[in-house]
Design a binder for this molecule. Structure first.
Ligand SMILES: Nc1ncnc2c1ncn2[C@@H]1O[C@H](COP(=O)(O)OP(=O)(O)O)[C@@H](O)[C@H]1O
Ligand SMILES: N[C@@H](CCC(=O)OP(=O)(O)O)C(=O)O
Length: 382
């Protein structure tokens, strides 16, 4: 097998894929939603689910569908008209997916997110809990930006960025961005018809970022935001493929390892990527003192921190904030994102998971800090 082929083998082991379908692809040259194609992508996603792969869908198309429904000649320039188009188009968009997923006895749910939802830790964790619960109910989440409430300063703008942040949020192992081109070319193929397809590269390679241009008429980000999305997705270790939604069975073929589109690989190991991000970026808001048993399982087994292993809570923090874990002698052992605010944490320390529910009434999570959100500190507490 070729080197490119063996790189693609990793895609055959994907357990959770975020699929992003762009405006440029979803619309029949601006004539409304391409419902036949939507039906085919849904068939492929249903097939992946049948094989045990979790699928989260990030779909654009609300504005484009709304423009067609309202009979507007093109993309309106006023914010109010754009928001109205998004509102009317979004219901149509989700209905279309719903009808097709129902053919496969599969339920769907709509989630509309804003930038603020993902930059605020608490809302970030809430969004994650909700989407994780949807997967537990075997429902396909269909995510879009909440276009009717965002303004220019706080918008993602393009759904490539949103899809990458959702990939980070859910720690999906692959992001597939479907668009109207076969992948990333060494120049914009709309301008350079003889441009060559790049089949793979590293997500952070500046040479790849340099060839990426802007969007067509209906899309928002062009190739530049797709490559940036690959870089963001790589932070949590995900591979990104940018490929054409016009290729028959593109999703199922990609996840069988076939060489289609452009594969952009993470530039460092998944766990290191996530932990690097966690270790490097955030300021701590409080301290959890943990007992010797908890120190041992965190350090030796990489386990989550459970309430039972915590003996004291210091400081005021909120769910999703970064806290430091220290041992009984005050040595810094780990830091991570806590699942409870300080007052609730104080009420449940030392309790077994079974008793947490009787004290709090509702259990947000079994762990005080989930191991995916926990990073061990070295001997110097760094
Ligand atoms: N190097 C490149 N390779 C491929 N496409 C590119 C490149 N640079 C710019 N593009 C443009 O990016 C467009 C896809 O982005 P966009 O219109 O935002 O689509 P979507 O709505 O799917 O996100 C292509 O139609 C193409 O014109
Ligand atoms: N949220 C917008 C999508 C924005 C957009 O076009 O994004 P993209 O498909 O990345 O070019 C909508 O649903 O119309």
């Amino acid at each position: 097998m070729s080197e490119a082929g063996s790189e693609r083998d990793a895609l055959t082991r994907v357990q959770h894929v975020v699929v992003k379908i762009g405006s440029a692809l979803l619309t029949n040259n601006g004539q409304g939603l391409d419902e036949a194609s939507i039906g085919q992508w849904v068939d492929q996603m249903a097939m992946l689910r049948y094989r045990g792969v979790k699928v989260t869908l990030v779909s654009s198309g609300a504005v484009a569908a709304g423009i067609a429904r309202l009979g507007l000649p093109g993309r309106p320039s006023s914010l109010g008209a754009l928001q109205a188009a998004a509102a009317i188009g979004q219901t149509r968009l989700v209905e279309c997916y719903e009808v097709h997923f129902e053919r496969h006895d599969c339920q769907t749910a709509q989630i509309l997110l804003t930038h603020a939802d993902l930059s605020n830790r608490r809302r970030y964790l809430n969004a994650r809990s909700a989407i994780t619960a949807l997967h537990e109910f075997d429902v396909v989440p269909i995510i879009n930006e909440n276009d009717t409430v965002v303004t220019d300063e706080i918008r993602f703008g393009d759904n490539d960025t949103l899809a990458a942040l959702v990939t980070n949020l859910l720690e999906a192992d692959a992001l597939v961005i479907l668009t109207d081109q076969e992948g990333v070319f060494d120049a914009d193929p709309r301008i350079e018809p003889h441009a060559t397809l790049i089949t793979e590269g590293e997500a952070d390679d500046p040479a790849i970022a340099a060839v990426a241009g802007g969007s067509g008429v209906l899309g928002r980000g062009g190739m530049a935001t797709k490559i940036r999305a690959a870089r963001l997705a790589a932070r949590s270790g995900a591979q990104t493929v940018i490929a054409s939604g016009h290729q028959p069975d593109v999703l199922t073929r990609l996840l069988k390892g076939e060489v289609l589109g452009t594969l952009l690989k993470p530039h460092f190991a998944p766990i290191a990527a996530r932990k690097r991000w966690l270790a490097g970026q955030l300021k701590s808001q409080g301290t959890l003192v943990i007992d010797d048993g908890a120190v041992a399982v965190l350090s030796d087994k990489g386990s989550s921190l459970l309430p039972v292993g915590v003996s004291d809570v210091q400081g005021q923090f909120r769910r999703g904030d970064l806290v430091v874990c220290v041992d009984q002698a005050g040595r810094r052992i780990a830091k991570g994102l806590v699942n409870y605010d300080a007052d609730d944490a104080r009420r449940i320390i030392g309790l077994s998971s079974a008793r947490v529910e009787s004290v709090l009434g509702i259990v947000e999570a079994n762990e005080m800090i989930h191991r995916n959100n926990l990073v061990l500190l070295d001997g110097a507490g760094q």
